[in-house]
Ligand binder design. Structure first.
Ligand SMILES: [Fe+2]
Length: 98
């Protein structure tokens, strides 16, 4: 998790402000969500295996919250950020070819 956070910080430091940077930050956020999904999924399964139904139910609830967060980040990326980033890149390409 520390590595994922460090990666996100590097994106924020190294990229110019704008859609490309926003897309990178969203990507870093999704990596964190996926890490959490893997962790909670594993823990839920451990709880089920050990017969800890209450713990398994709580972990399932948290797992589903992480999945929803990941889906929201995907929606933001797809609906806005990635479109803006490609437009920015297109503008830069046009300027450099003149
Ligand atoms: Fe999360």
């Amino acid at each position: 998790m520390e590595g994922l956070i460090k990666e996100a910080e590097e994106i924020m430091e190294e990229c110019e402000e704008g859609a490309m940077r926003d897309a990178g930050i969203i990507s870093a956020g999704q990596k964190v969500e996926h890490y959490e999904i893997a962790s909670y999924g594993t823990l839920r399964q451990f709880a089920e295996t050990l017969g800890l139904a209450d713990a398994a139910a709580l972990l399932e609830e948290t797992l589903n919250e992480e999945k929803v967060a990941d889906e929201k980040l995907t929606e933001v990326a797809v609906s806005a950020i990635n479109v803006e980033a490609s437009e920015e890149e297109e503008t830069k390409t046009k300027k450099s070819s003149k």
